[in-house]
Design a protein around this ligand. Sequence first.
Ligand SMILES: Cc1cc2nc3c(=O)[nH]c(=O)nc-3n(C[C@H](O)[C@H](O)[C@H](O)COP(=O)(O)OP(=O)(O)OC[C@H]3O[C@@H](n4cnc5c(N)ncnc54)[C@H](O)[C@@H]3O)c2cc1C
Length: 399
Amino acid sequence: MLDLYRSDKVFQKYDNLSAQSLFIKLGISNRLINEFLRPILLVGLFKPPEEVSAAVTMELLYYYALAHQDSFDVRWINSKSIAEQLFEPLSRRLISRHHLRVLGGTFVTRLNVSSETQRLSSVEIQSVQTKEVNVIDDVDAVVLAVGAKGLKSLMSQSPECSKAAPELVAAASLGSIDVVSTRLWLDRYVLIAYPANVFSRFESLKGAGGTFFMLDQLQKESERALWGHEQPQGSVIASDFYNASAIAEMNDQEIIDRLMHDLLPIAHPEFRNAKVVDYEVRRYPGSVSHFSPGSFSKRPPLETSVETIVCAGDWVRMGDKEHGAKGLCQERAYVCGLEAGNSLIRRKIVKGSNQSKTIQHSVVPIRADEPQVVLGRVLNKIVMDQIDAFGLTLPWLDS
Ligand SMILES: Cc1cc2nc3c(=O)[nH]c(=O)nc-3n(C[C@H](O)[C@H](O)[C@H](O)COP(=O)(O)OP(=O)(O)OC[C@H]3O[C@@H](n4cnc5c(N)ncnc54)[C@H](O)[C@@H]3O)c2cc1C
């Protein structure tokens, strides 16, 4: 981890390796890999170590665990969801104060870039419900806040844009991950020691990673809201499966049965006696960024070759605006959105809210690296640069 940011070339080498091959080359025991690292990667990057970049793995372990040891455990919002508590008020404020217009249930289908000027001229949109297509003309700029799946379909419909910004075509070629999300309402309370849990190494997961959260324990004060403001009857559980292509193929009842009969009783046998009063199963195919080995150079940059198109999202490379929040992470996606907007303001492509000035939105950095990390990086660089100078390669970096 101390070696990761020594230079862009070194970072690229670690990105080309899978986490699994780095673990093996470093002599990490199978037990540590299978009992700790594999489950943590399945719920942290939603893929097993063979399928994730060693560089992003180290970023994740550093950001989530080592750099924030006193806040490593799951924090759950006290009531409602992040979308309701944070994003809805933000969206309301942007609408009322800054005239934001949100076109719900609408997909962007095409970005029209003029082949002569290489400038973005208009954006085509389509309503999911009515299938009606509309064109937004006179577009100053576009922030592409879509994942690989969305970008793939957008690029396939936008030939001029693809030609003008080949880096977006490269990003669109990257993979994405299927997720299944469930919620169960039970007829009784099952009290377990820890409200936030990771499923690990169970046959029934079919290669997926999984988590389950006892919402009745985590959101005690607003328990009635979990039951739609009716009388609560028992535990409410949120359980998500990642890398879940095989689980997604099962029908809803099979997924619920698997949870109630195979998985949850391992945590507490009382789950076997509980009845499911209600449930919800949602599938999100290709919805999550896949940080595969070698994917870094293909991930979309913050600023693209078309100066009026910028990118935002957890998979975006932010260059010199890079932030400390790493991996699949809402904070990273949010900060990247701010930086995408800032870039447009800085380059005078759009004006800030104060029309006469170009005020950019401030970004709060993560806490500073601890002194031993800073010192470790400096010492590592001195030693490793010498090793490089003699033309030697580190045993875990030779391919
Ligand atoms: C089950 C689960 C649990 C998670 N838990 C956590 C957590 O506890 N903490 C955390 O920080 N992160 C968590 N994450 C990760 C977090 O959700 C992501 O990192 C974050 O949502 C990434 O944001 P984004 O804006 O990059 O992409 P997304 O949130 O994927 O947004 C992309 C959006 O683009 C839309 N779109 C695609 N194509 C088009 C188009 N053509 N036109 C218009 N819109 C389009 C999609 O519908 C989507 O809404 C979790 C993710 C999942 C799936």
